[in-house]
Design a protein around this ligand. Structure first.
Ligand SMILES: C[S@@+](CC[C@H](N)C(=O)[O-])C[C@H]1O[C@@H](n2cnc3c(N)ncnc32)[C@H](O)[C@@H]1O
Length: 184
């Protein structure tokens, strides 16, 4: 990781393990409970997607990352993990309803992350967001309700959204719009 400056600000190995690995695996059973290919949106240095790919070798895992330099680092993991794929691009510009599960950690404010992730999953799939204690889950629920999603009971530290129907017309909105004009 140190070979690619800027991937993470973490310097202490114990803290890095907690933030990059243990936190990622806290969501393992939630992800395992929803079928289909997995996308880690805004994968950055590879969390939670790489630990999930290593733990779920029978599932296809795509790391989607907007910054090209980071995708070059992520691509190095493909030799170790044959179920891993790396895509350079923005969530808002990907084909809709391609995945069973979209996961995201520290991608954006949770309502924005929900808007970016929901179009990526098909009906019956789920978005699983790693969220902090101050996350506005009511706003997440309002956003979800506008994109055929339903925020369901979620363990602490997570917002789990079920995709309950097809993505409505008009989504995803153009890059930049979700942050500039949030749905909630
Ligand atoms: C703060 S980092 C978090 C990285 C990692 N998930 C973690 O928890 O350490 C957010 C990442 O999301 C990427 N990103 C931001 N907006 C994005 C978008 N619309 N689509 C895909 N990636 C995006 C950024 O380039 C950055 O690498």
């Amino acid at each position: 990781m140190l070979a690619t400056p800027g991937l993470t600000a973490l310097k202490d190995p114990a803290e890095a393990r907690r933030v990059l690995l243990d936190d990622a695996l806290a969501g393992l059973e939630l992800v395992r409970g929803v079928d289909g290919p997995i996308v880690d949106v805004g994968s950055g240095g590879g969390t939670p997607g790489i630990p999930l790919a290593a733990s779920l070798p029978e599932r296809e895992v795509t790391l989607l990352e907007a910054e090209r330099r980071k995708t070059e680092f992520l691509g190095r993991w493909r030799d170790e993990l044959p179920n891993l794929h790396v895509t350079w691009g923005r969530a808002e510009e990907q084909p809709s309803e391609t995945f069973g599960v979209a996961v995201a950690k520290a991608l954006a404010q949770p309502p924005v992350a929900a808007e970016w992730c929901l179009p990526l999953v098909g009906e019956g799939g789920a978005v699983i967001l790693w969220v902090g204690p101050s996350a506005d889950l009511e706003a997440v629920a309002r956003v979800a309700g506008k994109i055929a999603g339903e925020l369901i009971e979620s363990p602490p530290g997570f917002a789990v959204i079920r995709k309950s129907g097809p993505t409505p017309a008009g989504f995803p909105r153009r890059p930049g719009v979700a942050k500039k004009r949030p749905l909630a």
